[in-house]
Design a protein around this ligand. Structure first.
Ligand SMILES: *Cc1c(COP(=O)(O)O)cnc(C)c1O
Length: 371
């Protein structure tokens, strides 16, 4: 053997597959594969970002102090208990890195967020999947899968790629059943798509717990995915541990400024939430109308639908057919979902377009002489 050898647990990893951003044909690419905000970004955030670009030579504030203050003020939580990250992905990796390693287990649900196994494997820990219940989180299955080696439990709520939501009583039941030395990470990347009261509940649960971290992101409803900004809220001791291992200047100056401006524009958030609720319900209705062709949508509280294909039209054929007409969706055979497509709720025009293409593809499959 010549040259450096990666650690065996690194060599065994399968890299993250991002949502495709380019189509396969000449048709204009409409990207509905990464759950981004189709309405874009708050104009105020875009302005703040442009302004911050003026001074490039100085390092950013290493502690994202003003941004943490703004997050704390908006959510009524202590800024000292917040950590900002290069996307919330970084916080997920930090949680795994600070609390798990070789011989330890990191637990999450089947059809969970695809970063969780990577976060576990990166630190040599063993990823463990608990069974789902009709694609939704099964708290009993998670509790049954806890062992003395379980160090971290990742729970996305709403979940990605299913969009399913687990009620807070169930989340609290999981927390009650966990050993005190095991960390629960409640990944709220899609929190802002819930009504604000339900969105805030995990923060309240975390406030009084010694082993809960809640993560949030500016990549989804806030429309700042390009800048890579997320945050976590947890007990002081946990936040301190995560801060030890994060990169010192992990959020750019422009990112910090843009995120603060975005927080100040809650009208944009409310507009985005309402747009999403309206068109998610509309698309779910159109999918339900194709039920006789084997299509169904998993009930979603997020900004996407997981559409299942159990008829003549396969998910793969639908994926290819949509792609040929310029609609990029997410087909997830690598996650055990070869029969499903995850479709982000787009603009009105994009959402209507997706439904029309699906209806045409279903029609082609049902036409006499179709294969
Ligand atoms: C998109 C997403 C994230 C995070 O994205 P960042 O851009 O890294 O903040 C985290 N968890 C889930 C479940 C997601 O879907």
């Amino acid at each position: 053997m010549t040259g450096p050898t990666p650690k065996p647990w690194i060599a065994a990893m399968t890299p993250y597959t991002p949502g495709r951003s380019t189509g396969g044909s000449n048709a204009p690419a409409i990207k509905l594969s990464s759950n981004e905000n189709p309405l874009g970004t708050s104009a105020r955030a875009a302005e703040a970002l442009a302004e911050a670009r003026g001074s490039l030579a100085r390092y950013p504030d290493p502690g994202s102090t003003a941004l943490r203050g703004a997050i704390g003020a908006l959510h009524g939580i202590a800024a000292e208990r917040i950590i900002c990250g290069t996307g919330s992905d970084e916080i997920l990796h930090l949680a795994a890195g600070a609390y798990a390693g070789q011989g330890d287990e990191i637990l999450y649900v089947r059809y969970g967020f695809s970063v969780y196994p990577l976060a576990a494997q990166r630190v040599g820990a063993t990823p463990v999947e608990a069974d789902d219940r009709d694609y939704a989180t099964d708290i009993d299955a998670l509790i049954a899968a806890i062992t003395p080696r379980t160090r971290v439990i990742f729970l996305a709520n709403p979940n990605n790629p299913t969009g399913t939501y687990t009620g807070m009583a169930e989340v609290a039941r999981l927390h009650d059943a966990m050993p005190a030395d095991c960390l629960l990470v409640i990944d709220q990347a899609y929190a802002e798509y819930l009504d604000p009261e339900r969105a805030a509940a995990p923060l309240a649960l975390a406030r009084d717990a010694d082993n809960i971290v809640v993560t949030r992101t500016f990549s989804k409803i806030y429309g700042l995915a390009a800048e890579r900004i997320g945050w976590g809220y947890g007990p002081p001791a946990v936040i301190e541990a995560l801060n030890r291992i994060r990169a010192p200047f992990n959020v750019t100056t422009a990112g910090q400024k843009a995120a603060m401006a975005a927080l100040g524009d809650q009208d944009f958030v409310a507009t985005s939430r309402a747009h999403n609720a309206k068109w998610r319900a509309w698309l779910a209705g159109r999918i339900a109308a194709m039920g006789n062709a084997g299509l169904s949508a998993v009930p979603s509280e997020a900004n996407f639908l997981l559409v299942l294909f159990d008829g003549a039209l396969s998910a793969e054929a639908a994926y290819e057919g949509l792609m040929a007409r310029g609609y990029i969706t997410r087909w997830l055979p690598g996650q055990g979902l070869a029969h499903g497509l995850r479709i982000t709720i787009g603009t009105e025009e994009e959402t209507r377009g997706v439904a029309e293409v699906l209806e045409a593809l279903v029609g082609e499959c049902q036409a006499p002489g179709a294969r």
